[in-house]
Design a protein around this ligand. Structure first.
Ligand SMILES: C[S@@+](CC[C@H](N)C(=O)[O-])C[C@H]1O[C@@H](n2cnc3c(N)ncnc32)[C@H](O)[C@@H]1O
Length: 569
């Protein structure tokens, strides 16, 4: 086999560049040393443009699952637009408006007596936020929610790039803002004007000295138009990042933001967030084979919403209509995740006179905004508005019940009631069943040892049903890794307990072969969950789930060893 040679010193090379796989190095030092030259030719994609998509990315060579496509740091990170949740402006962990801990200079709330983050993060905006004047921030005013508009902080950070980092400012201005859709007269315009533009101008920007200490302009352009443009850029391109303690921030990445949306994306991304280290580096990896020339895509919306809900979300926030394979298929790839039970009592045959036809209502042309819905068994039609009404009323009921820490009994009754109206895989049914599989085995009175065999079987059946849907909608486990791994863990738990009960019967109810087969199957669910969760970033919920799965795997293996369940060779 030919041995690769190091691009720097020509000696035998053991490391290949994991992004482009085109060059090799003898050591990490030589790879680092060559990075400045290599990075120019390394990227595995090209940026293209079309009238429909604007800029988008295309693979410039064949890619395999796991290949890194993009790895980059953000232009800016900060509190999300449209969110008023108070965050420490240094480390972004949740805080309170009336927190006793304050930044000594600007008096905005922070996380504790000494924040672990680098004070440089907050320094540029701190001198501007201080312009509100300590004398105005009386004890009462400090608790006043309206004093702090967290949604205005990230636009302010963007404005400050003009002088702090003109290269990043230029990159930011290259991004799509869709100002045409967000002009005067729209709700978005009004919200941004009141929450961001007026707030920043009246409290801070109008008080700015024209020139700074060194004679330079503090912010060259802080006009109303520029602020609206920045907010458009944040809404259209911002990547929401959930942090370990539950807060959410938004970040702008110059290349990641060029990926187009697809409801069956071919990449997954993860952001490394280590406590104390606020680099927010993102890496985007291929989740399947991507051929040279294929578009590189991500998903901007929720994979477990039906087409109508995804479309409305994309139109309202990103101003386009997705036309992907899933959106164009009324059954959504055979999952029926938007399917409504047909309530028609159409006479199909003399035998079914008056009985429900048992069919499913699906949109006739799902890519059309107000398409009628048609039954797949009988001629009954439904207007789009009637379906929207029904689904949103059901959605409200489901949300209310889910918010009240429901019992197994309440959720089972809800499933039974809604099965008259919804396909068993409808996304509202999915969400209730996903909660149910977690309550069976964990809720008081429903601990795993207290469940009957039928209840364990019900838990296992629901897990299998939901996994089948999840696997179709997210074949690369790029968006629904947590959902899938919870299902696999619960499925293992139900199957493993059924197995143990059968094994412990006297005489055992299973042959040795059957015991081995079922033990290996239960273990296999955990191995698959591990595989799905391994790429999750450190300190994420996925990583916590990985620990839970790892513990269950050890217990499963210990039981197999103890009971001498041997794997056939
Ligand atoms: C995050 S930006 C992507 C980069 C953008 N195309 C550009 O030129 O800067 C999102 C915008 O790209 C366009 N876009 C992304 N995916 C699309 C798709 N599947 N179909 C149509 N337009 C899409 C929409 O205009 C959307 O608002």
């Amino acid at each position: 086999m030919p041995v690769d040679t190091c691009k720097v010193c020509s000696s035998p090379a053991a490391h290949r560049c994991s992004a482009c796989k085109q060059v090799s190095y003898c050591s990490k030092q030589h790879q680092k040393q060559d990075w400045k030259n290599h990075k120019i030719s390394c990227s595995p994609f090209e940026v293209c443009t079309s009238p429909e998509l604007g800029k988008y990315l295309v693979a410039s060579r064949d890619l395999s699952p796991g290949d890194i496509i993009i790895s980059e740091g953000p232009l800016i990170v900060g509190p999300k637009l449209h969110s008023e949740d108070p965050l420490c402006l240094l480390c972004h962990v949740p805080t309170r408006y009336d927190s006793e801990y304050r930044c000594p200079k600007c008096l905005w709330p922070c996380c504790g007596p000494s924040c672990p983050a680098d004070p440089k993060v907050h320094a540029p905006e701190c001198s501007i936020l201080s312009l509100q004047g300590k004398q105005n921030l009386t004890a009462a005013a400090r608790k006043d929610v309206s004093v702090y508009h967290y949604d205005a902080v990230t636009p302010l950070r963007c404005l400050l790039l003009q002088r702090r980092n003109p290269r990043k400012w230029d990159q930011l201005l290259q991004m799509e803002a869709h100002l045409r859709h967000r002009g005067p007269g729209t709700d978005t315009y009004r919200e941004i004007r009141d929450r961001v533009v007026r707030y920043l101008q009246e409290n801070y920007l109008q008080k700015l000295p024209t020139v700074g200490k060194e004679g330079e302009t503090v912010v060259q352009d802080c006009s109303e138009n520029t602020l609206h443009r920045i907010c458009g850029i944040l809404d259209v391109n911002g990547l929401d990042i959930r942090l370990a303690l539950g807060s959410e921030v938004v970040a702008l990445y110059p290349t990641v933001c060029l990926m187009e949306h697809n409801c069956l994306p071919n990449t997954r991304y993860s952001v490394e967030i280590c406590p104390g280290d606020r680099q927010y580096r993102v890496s985007v990896k291929a989740t399947r084979h991507i051929q040279k020339g294929e578009h590189i895509s991500t998903m901007y919306t929720h994979a477990l919403w039906g087409t109508q809900a995804r479309m409305e979300h994309l139109a309202a926030t990103k101003y386009f209509t997705c036309r992907c394979k899933r959106c164009a298929d009324p059954t959504e790839l055979g999952t029926y995740i938007s399917g409504i039970r047909c309530l028609g009592t159409h006479i199909l045959t003399p035998d079914t006179d008056g009985a429900s036809c048992g069919g499913t209502q699906l949109p006739i042309s799902p890519l059309e905004e107000n398409s009628d819905w048609r039954c797949d068994r009988c001629p009954v039609l439904l207007a789009s508005s009637d379906v929207t009404d029904l689904v949103s009323r059901i959605g409200e009921e489901v949300d209310n019940i889910q918010a009240g820490c429901p019992t197994v009994k309440q959720l089972e009754e809800l499933v039974s009631k809604l099965s008259t109206f919804l396909h068993p895989h409808h996304y509202h049914m999915y969400s209730i069943k996903h909660s149910l599989v977690q309550l069976y085995g964990h809720q008081h009175g429903y601990q795993i040892n207290q469940l009957s065999d039928q209840q364990l079987q019900r838990k296992a059946d629901m897990c299998r049903e939901l996994l089948a849907v999840t696997d179709i909608l997210d074949p690369g486990a790029s968006r629904l890794a947590l959902y899938s791994s919870v299902l696999l863990h619960e499925l293992h738990s139900a199957e493993f307990h059924l197995l143990r009960r059968a094994f412990e019967k006297n005489p055992p109810a299973l042959s040795a072969e059957e015991t081995t087969r079922r033990a290996l199957e239960a273990k296999g669910f955990l191995l698959r969950a591990t595989e799905i969760l391994e790429p999750e970033p450190q300190f994420s919920s996925g990583r916590k789930m990985l620990e839970v799965v790892g513990k269950a795997l050890s217990e499963c293996e210990a039981w197999m060893k103890d009971k001498r369940v041997t794997v056939p060779t």
